[in-house]
Write a protein that binds this ligand. Sequence first.
Ligand code: CP
Ligand code: NVA
Length: 304
Amino acid sequence: MTLRHFLTISDLTYDELIRLLDRASALKALRGAPEHPKPLDGKTVALVFEKASTRTRLSLEVGINELGASPVTLISKDTQLVRGEPIEDTARMLSSYVHAVVYRTFGHDRLERLAQSSTIPVVNGLSDRFHPCQLLADLMTVRQSFGPSLKDIRVAWIGDGNNMAHSWIASAALGGFELVLACPDRYQPDPEVLADARANGAKVRLIERPEEAAEGAMVVTTDVWASMGQESEAKERRNAFSGFLVDDAIMRRASSEAIFLHCLPAHRGEEVSASVIDGVQSRVWDEAENRLHTQKALLEWLIT
Ligand code: CP
Ligand code: NVA
């Protein structure tokens, strides 16, 4: 079997994406039933975190158990990584102990180096560049609202041009949907990520004003203004992002059917108003739940 990694959503073909999302729905339906499969019986999956996590860790630990495997979670401060052990040596050691590794880190190059030196599947549990596991959950949530085809969807991203924005941009190329982003001048997405996605057919537009981005959108989504590792910039960013709050006025510009998504954790009153995230259009709790189902489908596919 060919070794596959999942470092970005672009590691999948469209057909693979749809198969994974269909499988995630099937696993959701079987959850708790005696016929729920245990395809990873006896296997072990390592989860390595260099940044904080609530959802990613929990959904993976629970999901891995439900697939019959055992998770082993390493927090980097308790490992030799913080004392400078090379990522390549870590990869070789992990490959001899476990059947897959999920890695949350800073620079995306660290994930690529881990993957290059591993003989087991490597999954990106979030890097400064991409958060593809989150996009699987987000796209499952989009399909739950608008049906199986992703092609006729219009998505508005309002906020930081960060790892989540990059993941939506890469997904637009794969899923064939339209994506409009409004980001403050100094916080635009990486031009390389945009160029790659456009070269792969992505219909992506950058515009200045959040309310224009929201116009007619079926999905309105955002993320924190200061991501993990940018805590010291929080004040400066709060100033730069003034006017980028997703509130009821923004949601009124979107389609009347529009849903609101946020990967969480959220800061009510900064990037999103409480009325939106806790309101009737919000699907953030389904989105968080879908991390579990989609990652189970992903690990089953990568490991078996
Ligand atoms: N959305 C997400 O990845 O959440 P955590 O940081 O809690 O894992
Ligand atoms: N952009 C955020 C996402 C958290 C799940 C971060 O990287 O901190």
